[in-house]
Design a protein around this ligand. Structure first.
Ligand code: HEC
Length: 120
């Protein structure tokens, strides 16, 4: 009797595993929808935390504006934007003077770069 229960349990476990495998295609679709893009995810972070100084024209000593997609993309590629928001050095961090952005927002910008700095 006990053995039957075990078998039943084992086959249940196996069938869950099998159906999980067959969901691979669905999972890929979900990931495509979850790409980080400038318009969906990044613009609001920059607008809230950076354009106070990185406006157009930039103010408060900021050297460039971060208003458009190309501005922000260029800053990631050529001005170490990710290094500046990731650092724990209070004298170097952006936003200028701190505090550092919440880690989940920093991670989004890093993911955006890894996925190819998509606009849409
Ligand atoms: C209070 C004003 C202010 C805010 C807010 C601010 N910055 Fe800055 N930013 C500056 C100043 C001033 C400099 C130039 C001095 C320096 O590099 O530390 C600068 C420089 C930079 C640089 C380096 C540019 C270069 O060519 O060396 C980057 C990248 C940058 N900021 C990104 C950001 C990002 C991203 C945010 C928002 C998360 C932000 N900044 C928020 C004032 C600001």
């Amino acid at each position: 009797m006990k053995f039957k229960y075990l078998l039943c349990f084992a086959s249940l476990f196996c069938s869950t595993n099998c159906s999980y495998n067959s969901e691979d295609d669905l999972t890929e679709d979900a990931i495509v929808e979850e790409f980080v893009t400038y318009n969906d995810n990044i613009k609001s972070i920059i607008d809230t935390n950076c354009i106070f100084c990185h406006s157009s024209p930039p103010v408060n000593g900021a050297p460039m504006s971060l208003i458009t997609y190309n501005d922000v993309k260029d800053a990631v590629e050529n001005r170490d934007l990710i290094g500046r928001i990731s650092t724990t050095d209070a004298g170097f961090v952006m936003p200028f003077g701190g505090p550092r952005l919440p880690q989940n927002l920093i991670d989004l910008v890093i993911q955006w770069e890894q996925e190819g700095l998509l606009e849409n």
